[in-house]
Ligand binder design. Sequence first.
Ligand SMILES: Cc1ncc(COP(=O)(O)O)c(C=O)c1O
Length: 390
Amino acid sequence: MALLESKLPRVGTTIFTRMSALAAECEALNLSQGFPDFDAPLALLDAMARHVMAGHNQYAPMAGVMPLREQIATQVALHRGVTCNPDSEITVVPGATEGIYCAIMACVNPGDEVIVFDPCYDSYEPSIELAGGRAVHIPLLEKRVEKRAKHTFSIDWERVESAITSRTRLIIINSPHNPSGSTLSRKDLLQLQALVEQHQLLVISDEVYEHLVFDGQQHNSVLQFPGLRARSFAMFSFGKTFSVTGWKTGYCIAPPALTVELRKVHQFVSFVAVTPVQMAVADFMRDDPAYPATLADFYQRKRDLFCKALSNSRFSFTPSAGTYFQLLDYSAITESPDTRLAEDWTRQLGIASIPVSVFYQTPPRQCYLRFCFAKSDDVLLEAADILCAI
Ligand SMILES: Cc1ncc(COP(=O)(O)O)c(C=O)c1O
């Protein structure tokens, strides 16, 4: 008899862990997992060392150190034109993943349904299942506008409406979207707003790539739509914004009534986020408030470098609209399943990527691999050389 009946029988080690481990084993270029291969701004690293040495190493207040919450409120006002109360609406969390888990635990009851969109970030469904809920997967509409160009992924709002039942409690959106690199428009958020108001639903809005939106487009946050603001947990990650994914620190903005419930869970999952990280990020945000606004240009240049270097390859692709991920369609090369190809190319060609089918409940017939372009220029050019030779 099993010693323990698994609560997550279908869950194994995540694809990100597996592909990064395989990349290390094969000494392959690792464009699989989403993290930069370059360091964070020196001033941020210095601030971290300073706070550790100054003895800021004990528990922070449960909701986060106040100087950081105040800096977050200042930045949200600057970037989104929205006021939020650092005391009652902002909670610092040890990574967006923990914030999302706590928000799901706070609002999903056994038997509740949660609408998610495939391809879907891998942490959502296990968290929903642990809360006793059920994920209802809606595939994003994939449009191929021309034969070799324009792959876009968008939400079919009619399908969302028809998926809503009396059990639906929550909708989870993610924009800019991992893995597709697509973004939600104002019109999308207005449609979401109408639905959640009509059906009295809550929203988790995963906006960890909020500053990585390209080609002069603006990020659309749920915070900017009053009807969504009133019903949403908006999640952000300093790991993505400040190139410190290993520091696992982010924050949640939600109206006071939702924040109270989020904090009830958060205080018994992790209790707090790491103190010196919070102090260091607060200093950096205060001293260099313009830094997040530089990210779009920085990553767009990397995206363009990678895409240009692939222009003579056999892959087809549309440059990513947001995030630091680029999908490449390999259908002109082979019909192999993406999971096999990602592994084969890591072993045989020395380049690791993420197969997109793993983000689906029912993978459609597609041939996409996801490549992370948060890498040094040399690595991106070397990766493109390998890919062009296929
Ligand atoms: C869409 C999305 N949400 C959440 C996260 C996790 O963020 P954090 O590292 O702050 O937990 C990631 C990380 O890759 C992500 O891609």
